[in-house]
Write a protein that binds this ligand. Sequence first.
Ligand SMILES: Cc1ncc(CN)c(N)n1
Length: 222
Amino acid sequence: MGYQFSDLTSACEQDWHAYIKHDFVRQLGAGTLEDGAFRHYLKQDYLFLIHFGRAYALAAYKSASLADLRQALEGMKAIIDIELDLHIEFCRQWGISEDDLAALPEARATLAYTRYVLDTGSRGDLLDLHVALSPCLVGYGEIARWLNAQPFTRRGADNPFDAWIAMYEGEEFQQAMQAEIAWLDARLAEVSPARFAELKKIFNDATRLEIDFWQMGLDRAD
Ligand SMILES: Cc1ncc(CN)c(N)n1
């Protein structure tokens, strides 16, 4: 029998869809998102990515085999080398300097989500941690694909957020996402129903925190 990653998304379908198809995402795809909301999101996401880089470092520390260590490294590279580099460049284009980024106060939604993942990883085992991290890596890859399939999505110079979609639909990010799903599929195949129920709760909590992160961007909440 056994489980796979798609069983987590199916078990949390309502929250998963609320995350993937959030108004922030729709407005970004349509190119109608307010600049101020995107800027607020970009700034907080910089802080978010730094903490998620730390969470992948924790996954590396918790890895007992070379294969697990490599998987943690792949996740960390996706965050640090693919996303953060491009992110700093986006911020520059949107008038946010590295000095601005360094001085940012952390919004409550950023604090709640990042510390939840780090706490879950500290308390639990490597699988708990990867499950807590998965809505981040898998979710954004899925969002880019979902946006591309929507009739309201505008691509190219017509949409000021086009480069954001391009980053997450890009081959490097999509490959990192597929590698994470494959790693999770192999681990979930071995778990009992009781263990799956624990993992489902972690996945659902992290997904709800992703929803709050989008909402924080829309509301420009601190
Ligand atoms: C809040 C959030 N979640 C996910 C991702 C994609 N790594 C991100 N950049 N920011």
